[in-house]
Write a protein that binds this ligand. Structure first.
Ligand SMILES: C[S@@+](CC[C@H](N)C(=O)[O-])C[C@H]1O[C@@H](n2cnc3c(N)ncnc32)[C@H](O)[C@@H]1O
Length: 560
């Protein structure tokens, strides 16, 4: 029985009791969701709003609501979806600046566009309420005026209030959420369908009576509504950090999207997302691979999660998102066969150690060649110390005068297949660091260095092909680096008149194909429109370089 049972019963929201079902997120088997497992209950933080409003909001979209014992509510494809096609645009119900990365009130965030106000505009204030607004030309000043501005004037809330900057800005987002209650009761009711407590509930809610009092807003809203809106933000909001279109300072914010809040996370997602610049902060989502009708849509809630092997990743997700990830990759200790977490056996030094059952976080790790077992805590601290070692590469380079790239290469040589699997995430991270360091310096590399750079890109791609398939940012960026590395190699060979003797026509064609793929990635990337002019130069170089390779393929000369 699927969630439609809930719709016909017209219950408010569904609670899914955990079961032993192991659904495939790539294709949810509706028969696996059991009507007996659904019950309306708000105690554990599931929403209680009117779910029919969600169905209504989804009417024109290419996906629909479903439920699953492991994930809770989720979105599934209503029809086959093509990789790269743009899905439904979601406009935030509300958004707010996020002060997690700023120190104190000396660099406030603009209440309009969320930009960090530094020396140039740090003193600018809204003429009505005297709170920070970056300037008269702020794209989003109207959002501030329509929300907290008159409330602050009415209650004489002065900037800065008697709370630290992080809870202060969180309170602004909450206030904006609370104002929806009167302004748009239907949207409020829809927001109330959203999950508002994390599965693990590791962080207690603050005392909102006290915060309201300190803020000078003791009379505004009920403390339980403040708590509920904070919970909704914690579980569902998407954050952004970037350089706004106007050059200079970064902007930090978080947005609450009424539809995409229902999308679940996967460590090998089938969609990618981006938030456009202010004033709209529209969320764009595209499938990275073809998705079949009935399959669940998934994104990565935090792009950082994916690079880790399963154990470290699970730890991060528990700590940061406060749930136990049940995605198909997290149900496989071998990370879909990539062995991103596999550690060389300490005893036989032949086999690799992994737990036999990924769902049991506390299970001992076992060698695949001998009977040796080890506790996950021990393995985790061993891996952590290896990672710290590679993380010190830059400091070591500064101390010894050696090149950082050489230090990373030595780290890989002495640990890959020796202490950990050659695909282990600490090795892949070191290779990634080399690629990133050299990518901005390609024209200075020798042929030998370029060949190594190309090999590192290919090594990383064979991992990403599995854990981030299709038009993922990871694969797109790696194709971009690879294409640029190939181009520089062709240039070097051309300059030494050895091109024809070194690369066959077939190899040149495959270089051109990598360039075309990298260009397609840029064209279909939802992040592209959010790039500043500086970043847009990268795909422009790529385009010129692809034209040159095409000329060579056609037998024409290109400028040396
Ligand atoms: C943004 S909400 C997604 C919608 C949510 N499932 C619901 O029922 O409203 C995020 C929450 O969904 C659940 N969730 C999302 N992805 C999951 C995953 N891969 N494994 C387990 N739970 C997941 C977690 O409880 C998480 O806190």
């Amino acid at each position: 029985m699927d969630i439609n049972g809930a719709r016909t019963l017209d219950i408010k929201r569904i609670k899914l009791s955990p079961t032993d079902d192991k659904p495939k997120d790539a294709s949810l088997d509706k028969n696996e969701t059991d009507a007996e497992n659904f019950k309306a209950d708000d105690d554990d933080g599931n929403g209680t709003g009117d779910i029919s409003l969600v169905y209504k909001a989804l009417e024109d979209s290419p996906f629909e609501l479903d439920g699953d014992p492991a994930y809770g509510l989720c979105l599934i494809a209503k029809r086959d979806l093509k990789a790269g096609e743009l899905l439904h645009d979601d406009i935030p119900a509300f958004f707010g600046p996020s002060a997690d990365l700023v120190q104190d009130y000396s660099t406030p965030l603009c209440l309009g566009c969320c930009v960090v106000m530094n020396d140039g505009n740090g003193e600018n204030r809204c003429p009505t309420c005297n709170w920070p607004i970056c300037g008269d030309d702020c794209d989003n000043v109207e959002h501030h005026k329509a929300n907290e501005c008159s409330l602050f004037v009415k209650h004489n809330v002065q900037f800065p209030p008697n709370v630290e900057i992080q809870p202060c800005y969180k309170a602004i987002a909450i206030i904006r959420g609370l104002l929806i209650k009167e302004r748009n009761p239907e949207m409020w009711e829809q927001l109330m369908t959203l999950q508002w407590k994390t599965q693990l509930q590791l962080t207690p809610f603050p005392d909102f009576e006290e915060i309201k009092e300190n803020f000078g807003l003791a009379e505004f809203g009920r403390a339980e509504d403040w708590t509920r809106v904070l919970g909704i933000i914690n579980v569902n909001s998407y954050s952004f950090q970037r350089i706004e279109k106007k050059e200079g300072s970064p902007s930090f914010g978080e947005c609450l999207f009424p539809i995409y809040s229902l999308m679940c996370h996967s460590c090998t997602p089938n969609c990618t997302w981006a938030i456009q610049y202010s004033p709209e902060f529209t969320m764009k989502v595209r499938p990275t691979v073809d998705i079949k009708k009935g399959e669940m849509l998934s994104v990565s809630y935090n792009h950082e999660f994916s690079k880790f092997g399963f154990y470290k990743r699970q730890e991060k997700i528990r700590e940061r998102a406060e749930f136990e990830c049940k995605c198909w990759r997290c149900r496989d200790a071998r990370d879909l066969g990539t062995n991103l977490a596999a550690v060389k056996c300490f005893k036989c030094k032949e086999g690799y150690m992994l737990p036999e059952d990924a769902s049991d976080f506390e299970m001992d790790w076992k060698c695949d060649k001998c009977p040796y077992v080890m506790s996950p805590e021990f393995i985790s601290s061993f891996v952590e110390s290896l990672y710290e070692q590679s993380d010190m590469a830059e400091d070591e380079a500064e101390e010894t005068g050696e090149s950082v790239v050489k230090i990373f290469e030595d780290f890989i040589a002495s640990n890959s297949s020796v202490k950990v699997h050659s695909n282990h995430w600490v090795i892949a991270e070191a290779a990634h660091a080399i690629v990133k360091l050299q990518a901005s310096n390609l024209s200075k590399l020798t042929l030998e260095e370029l060949n190594k750079f190309i090999d590192f890109c290919k090594y990383l791609l064979q991992i990403k092909n599995v854990i981030a398939p299709g038009f993922s940012n990871e694969r797109g960026m790696l194709h971009h680096y690879l294409a640029r590395g190939y181009y520089m190699k062709v240039k070097l060979l051309l300059n030494s008149n050895t091109l024809k003797a070194t690369l066959s026509q077939e190899e040149m064609e495959s270089i051109y194909n990598v360039q075309k793929y990298a260009l397609r990635f840029w064209k279909e990337n939802p992040h592209y429109e959010s790039l500043t002019e500086n970043y847009k130069r990268e795909p422009e170089y790529l385009m010129q370089e692809a034209e040159e390779i095409k000329l060579l393929l056609d037998g024409s000369d290109v400028p040396k």
